[in-house]
Design a protein around this ligand. Sequence first.
Ligand SMILES: NC(=O)C1=CN([C@@H]2O[C@H](COP(=O)(O)OP(=O)(O)OC[C@H]3O[C@@H](n4cnc5c(N)ncnc54)[C@H](OP(=O)(O)O)[C@@H]3O)[C@@H](O)[C@H]2O)C=CC1
Ligand SMILES: O=C(CO)COP(=O)(O)O
Length: 339
Amino acid sequence: MADLFNRPIAVLGAGSFGTALAILLARNGNQTILWGRDSAQVKQISLNGENQRYLPGVKLPEKLQVTADFNQAVANAFDILVVTPSYAFSETLQQIRQIKQKQDDLRIIWACKGLEPETSEFLDTRVIEILGENCPKAVLSGPTFAKELAVGSPTAITLGADDGNFASDLSQRLVNDTFRVYLSSDLKGVQFGGAFKNIVAIGAGIADGLGFGANARTALITRGLAEMMRMGEKLGGRKETFTGMAGLGDLILTCTDDQSRNRRFGLAIGKGATIEKAANEIGQVVEGVRNTKEVKHLAEMHGVDMPICQAIYGILYLDQDPKQVARQLLTRTLKVEGD
Ligand SMILES: NC(=O)C1=CN([C@@H]2O[C@H](COP(=O)(O)OP(=O)(O)OC[C@H]3O[C@@H](n4cnc5c(N)ncnc54)[C@H](OP(=O)(O)O)[C@@H]3O)[C@@H](O)[C@H]2O)C=CC1
Ligand SMILES: O=C(CO)COP(=O)(O)O
């Protein structure tokens, strides 16, 4: 165990969640290095012992190293945790590959919630394409607001992994008496849950922004879960994943709590803001905007009915009126529950 904790883990992406996970890992005794792309910001983080832009009010453990030097972060890392927005995942893997060309002991974990833009590929597919079949892969997903995690509020998450040793090592690195992981081998389900819940959170925000009540929000969560399962199982995901932390757990969290940026983005749209204004006001990544396009593409490819995704797509990409879209959703042909 001491050996594992002395083997460096690099966290790539010094936004809210990368910083929170790096804090957790360093507090747990892992030799941790956090990389951010903006050298001025990294300098500030080092000087203040705090990421004031993305995680104000939380002090970094002294042992947590912070750098803007990608090579320094990656070259000696035994495990690499990528926490950039999903759209930057592939370019980050390409950069890793340039540095780790000759090493076959590379292990990759990511906490990004999304798919590859344009192609809608799963991120584990991108790992295989860029780093090869043999690279052990893991993904973290579930109801985890960065700030609550960073201050040590009780939190549970799903850790999906395709390699038993890697899953075991990561569990040891991550867990403590306030942070718990549930293990899964269902990488596809864990990833799909994380991407799709962002879309429903935008929908719940729009509904609340329009002044609808708890009934509408709850209907969206419930039918959002049905839609997640319909598409997710088609993609190879398992039912228990979608009723677990990375599915229902994250749906409830982000559809009901205003810490969610996807929900807040939806709230602003529901109140009449333009997409640009809503996104600018958040000032952090709102993955659901891209996820809506990515998942709509998947639905079309696989011929799966996804009315909530379609509705959000209409609002975000076709300039449809949110109230009209809600009416269309409600007046669709009646269905049998479970279909
Ligand atoms: N925040 C949360 O509570 C949670 C977030 N997640 C997921 O984690 C991922 C990261 O989100 P989060 O940390 O919240 O996002 P933030 O918006 O808080 O931070 C994004 C970070 O990524 C950096 N970044 C942006 N583009 C690139 C790039 N091309 N290459 C390298 N770094 C880049 C930004 O740098 P810069 O400042 O220079 O723009 C910033 O440091 C998302 O997929 C999100 O869904 C998952 C669970 C919880
Ligand atoms: O995924 C999250 C919590 O689990 C964070 O949600 P937002 O990206 O909507 O803020």
